[in-house]
Design a protein around this ligand. Structure first.
Ligand code: ATP
Ligand code: MG
Length: 396
């Protein structure tokens, strides 16, 4: 008999009137994410998403792995469905979980009966099934407080399901329920983590990357596209807008006081990102900024760079320590790529003594020789839109 996945919904079960919309978003997200793995039926009942392989060709292990990165799921388990009677439940446990039970010293059975027509209560099911297991495995102790292994029995509407311990899901809210936002993605450690964190709150992600060829290389661009690809494991496919930034950086270098280089450059990034964001229906920008990490990340600097945009700027890492950010980067698998040694355009014309407490007046004066709008239009004309999906080939 086949194996299916049960995925329990997280916070979304609490969302009152929006619940239906959230559930249907999650169901369609799961359907789309299962597509590369073959033919799966995906349905949702009783706050649970069921994922059922429909034929022998389905890549069940690949699908199982992918289910761990779908937002909106708090826990998931592989289980075996069976008929709703004690004999069938017990037989399914022996066939499906017998090896796990043989390896354990103690066990308990935990049951849940959402089909209230079933003649036994949850406790009754656990006692009956637990008794049969104990009888068949004389060396296995029953321990209801600290069992080494727990057998779960769920008697639901369609069938009964037996499984071992569930695994944690990706958490968060289903992608798409929170709108769409544009992440400024560099090749560093922080911005991919920032994209992931906002994606986790149900937001569809699009990215923008500023690229200064020939000061930065094709390898640096590939690295950023690879980081975006790694983020799509969680966020789902995305568009990366690659913007040529060379002319703007050269204009800043030739016309502005050095101590303001980074600030002025970042103001261009924000304004251009906002323009693309608005065109593409994004309601916010996301950056990997972190208070105090570098000279451009003081409150004063953030005020000056934020002044050129009028949509919200999400900075999910603003109050975190580097160590905490690195822990997430490792967990989501972006760290190894982030530390590849290719330069970012931010590091190309770095001032020796950057201004850490700028005022808006000072910065506006420092950039007054530039024709900002012409430079921005020029950069926007250069935008290359690249589609990125997790199942694409890795780029580095
Ligand atoms: P990261 O590790 O994300 O590069 P950082 O600590 O190096 O961050 P900065 O270089 O000051 O910090 O950049 C701050 C934020 O500005 C980044 O997190 C990112 O959101 C954005 N950013 C920096 N460089 C680029 C770029 N070349 N293209 C797009 N966004 C960028
Ligand atoms: Mg950086």
């Amino acid at each position: 008999m086949k194996e299916i996945f049960l995925m329990k919904l997280g916070e979304i079960v609490l969302k009152g009137a929006n619940k239906r919309q959230f559930e249907s978003k999650l169901r369609s997200n799961v359907r789309r994410r299962m597509r590369p793995f073959g033919n799966f039926d995906v349905y949702l009942m009783q706050s649970t998403v069921y994922v059922e392989p429909m034929d022998e060709e389905a890549d069940v292990d690949g699908a199982w792995e992918a289910c761990h990165s779908i937002f909106g799921v708090v826990s998931l388990c592989r289980c075996r469905p069976c008929e709703k009677n004690l004999d069938a439940i017990y037989e399914a446990i022996e066939a499906y979980l017998g090896d796990d039970l043989d390896c354990a010293k103690s066990f308990k059975v935990e049951s849940k009966r959402s089909d209230k027509q079933f003649p036994l209560t949850s406790i009754g099911i656990s006692q009956e099934i637990g008794g049969r297991i104990a009888e068949a495995h004389p060396d296995l102790l029953v321990d209801v407080h600290h069992p080494e292994y727990t057998v779960y029995v769920e008697v639901r509407d369609l069938a009964a399901y037996v499984h071992g311990p569930a695994e944690p899901g990706a958490g968060g809210l289903p992608t798409g329920v929170g709108g769409r936002a544009m992440c400024l993605l560099s090749g560093g450690i922080d911005s991919p983590v920032a994209a992931y964190m906002i994606a986790k709150r149900g937001v569809e992600i699009e990215c923008v990357h500023f690229f200064s060829y020939p000061y930065t290389s094709q390898l640096a661009k590939d690295k950023v596209l690879e980081l975006a690809r790694l983020v799509t494991r969680y966020s789902g496919r995305m568009t990366v807008n690659v913007v040529s930034f060379t002319k703007i950086q050269e204009a800043i270098r030739d016309n502005c006081p050095e101590e303001f280089f980074t600030l002025i450059m970042r103001r261009f990034m924000m304004e251009i990102s906002q323009r693309i964001a608005k065109e593409d229906g994004c309601g916010a920008l996301i950056t990997g900024e972190n208070l105090g990490q570098v000279a451009s990340q003081t409150m004063e600097a953030m005020a000056v760079t934020g002044a050129v945009v009028d949509i919200p700027i999400f900075m999910p890492l603003v109050g975190m320590d580097k160590e905490e950010i690195v822990t997430i980067a490792r967990k989501i698998g972006t760290m190894e790529t982030s530390i590849l040694p290719y330069e970012d355009c931010c590091t190309v014309f770095t001032p020796k003594h950057p201004k850490t407490k700028p005022t808006l007046g000072q910065v506006e004066k420092a950039e007054s020789k530039l024709d900002r709008q012409a430079l921005i239009e020029d950069a926007l004309a250069s935008v290359e839109k690249i589609q990125v999906r997790y199942h694409d080939e890795p780029l580095c």
